[in-house]
Design a protein around this ligand. Structure first.
Ligand code: DWN
Length: 384
């Protein structure tokens, strides 16, 4: 499990599952074939902090400001965030004194949100909790989720919950990994246990209609290599932006939902695996040192799928204290604090947190100045 960072003493009991994706030939939604139960993924030990990069903090402060300006303008508005994590978005809403509620079962990260003045309910969002929230607080003008809705296999219950909770002219907005970016950018490391659903505009539109909504907007956003922010409203309540039709046409022209497109993606990913293994094997044979940079969820997919163990990459550096001193799930690469990176600098750094490349390379410019080289692997293996 991508965020199942474990202690060296816990390896014997490690949980494994089959990571495989399939696509529905009726609604075209791409999804995991085997889902790890949500209670095993989000709990008091969850280790991902959404505020972990400057880019994320800026992005979600902007999202909140936009909501305050566009949607939360009536008297006493109410916003609910599904999966509020450490309050990276809701802290701005809280500071503005707007009524809000974060719904998230992961008590480790929501403790941080509470410290920022965010109101939190530690539970999963589904039709039952949505009805309770509605009863206690009244309707929500905005229901928001970022990198959360794609994590929920029981999407039907979520949509029924939103239908109950949302005010008549409210909006359900969620931004999530985009199948189009994953396929085009060969970002196979976005595939892991937490990402149960891989949305496209086509599949979200089908889903919206099934539950009584219109997909009224779909726009590209920059995080995690390129995502889409979808806006759903109750059927017939809002005009549909022309961007929706543009993206649908683009997906159709690219054959995004076609099985042969997904099969070619699989073959190209196999080539990346072979190239990366060859490169790391050659570097080891030449006596060069390689250290991993960042231990994102993605790192578990790459290291396990490509068979990268401590013989090729002895350890990974990550700034998240909750991951340090633990092992990357499955491949068991030790996670060390960023200071270990410069002690001494390796010859090469394998950049697992490639979506933060700019920020990390800026921070580690002494490594480059000392002659260090970065290895990236999507959309192809590259040394720079
Ligand atoms: O959906 C999800 C996405 C949004 O976030 C979650 N299920 C889990 C998580 O995915 P991820 O772990 O791939 O996210 P990130 O943001 O790519 O993780 C970056 C990692 O790199 C973090 O562990 C922090 C670390 N990091 C670092 O060590 N030094 C990050 C930066 C910017 C740094 O300078």
């Amino acid at each position: 499990m991508a965020n199942g960072f474990l202690l060296p003493s816990e390896t014997a009991d490690e949980f494994h599952f089959r990571l495989a994706v399939g696509s529905c030939d009726r609604c075209s939604l791409v999804q995991l074939v085997d889902e790890v139960p949500a209670e095993m993924r989000y709990h008091g030990e969850y280790r991902y902090h959404a505020s972990g990069s400057d880019g994320h903090r800026r992005h979600f402060a902007d999202v909140a400001t936009q909501f305050l300006e566009d949607e939360l303008t009536e008297r006493d508005p109410f916003l609910v965030e599904i999966g509020c994590n450490d309050g990276v978005m809701l802290s701005t809403i809280a500071r503005a004194g707007v009524r809000h509620l974060g719904v998230d079962p992961a008590t480790t990260v929501t403790r941080v949100a509470r410290e920022k003045g965010v109101s939190v309910r530690n539970t999963f969002f589904d039709e039952t909790s949505a009805a309770e929230i509605h009863e206690e607080n009244g309707p929500a003008d905005v229901v928001f989720g970022a990198n959360t809705i794609s994590h929920i296999g029981g999407i039907g219950s979520v949509l029924r919950g939103v239908r109950t909770l949302l005010s008549p002219d409210g909006v359900f907005v969620f931004e999530e990994p985009y199948l189009g970016t994953i396929v085009e950018g060969l970002a196979f490391d976005q595939i892991y246990d937490e990402h149960v659903l891989y949305f496209s505009v086509t599949s979200v539109q089908v889903m919206a209609e099934l539950f009584g909504f219109d997909l009224v907007d779909a726009r590209r956003t920059p995080l995690h290599g390129g995502q889409i922010r979808y806006t759903l409203a109750r059927r017939g309540t809002r005009a549909v932006r022309s961007r929706v039709a543009d993206l649908l046409a683009e997906e159709h022209a690219r054959g995004l939902s076609r099985p042969d497109t997904l099969a070619s993606f699989g073959q190209a990913v196999g080539r990346i695996r072979d190239d990366l293994r060859t490169l790391l094997g050659d570097l080891r044979a030449e006596g060069r040192t390689v250290v991993g940079y960042g231990a994102p969820g993605k790192c578990a997919t790459v290291t396990n799928y490509c068979g990268i163990g401590t013989d090729l990459v002895p350890f990974v550096c990550d700034s998240t204290p909750a991951k340090q001193g633990r092992l990357v799930p499955g491949s068991h690469l030790p996670v060390r604090p960023p200071e270990a990176f410069a002690d001494p600098f390796p010859d090469h750094a394998l950049l697992f947190a490639w979506n933060h490349a700019e920020e990390i390379m800026r921070r580690e410019r002494d490594f480059t100045r000392a002659g260090g080289r970065w290895i990236t692997y999507v959309p192809e293996v590259r040394v720079s």
